[in-house]
Design a protein around this ligand. Structure first.
Ligand SMILES: [Zn+2]
Length: 125
């Protein structure tokens, strides 16, 4: 007996059902909106107002990773977290995929550690 999860041989009928489900999922994603709560946003250091604030809701944001070029989606929910919980800068957007972001954070942390140990050495003199 075949396992339901690992069975990759699908009938044509199953395939067309999958395509329909895929379309429905894409449409749902396009309509998925997360409301912006302006009271929770971090300070705006610019005279302008970001599009998502004017619009009043976050939308899934497709982008290509700056480092590896991979197509990624910065989801509406992730944006809400970034702007309202992490209080990220209102003018920053996702530019890297998750693995590249982690690599970049490690690189920055490493550079900072080197710089700090350097200034500690200087102060000790
Ligand atoms: Zn990447």
């Amino acid at each position: 007996m075949k396992s339901k999860v690992k069975d990759k041989s699908k009938s044509n009928r199953q395939r067309s059902i999958d395509a329909a489900a895929h379309r429905a999922a894409l449409e749902a994603a396009a309509q998925r909106r997360v409301r912006v709560n302006p009271a929770l946003l971090g300070p705006n250091h610019s005279y302008g107002t970001p599009d998502f604030v004017v619009r009043g809701h976050y939308l899934d944001f497709p982008f290509a990773c700056k480092d590896c070029g991979k197509q990624e989606v910065w989801s509406a929910h992730q944006q809400k977290w970034w702007y309202q919980s992490a209080r990220g800068d209102l003018w920053t957007v996702a530019v890297r995929c998750r693995p590249c972001r982690r690599r970049e954070q490690a690189r920055v942390a490493q550079a900072r550690a080197v710089q700090q140990s350097g200034s500690r050495a200087k102060n000790a003199k």
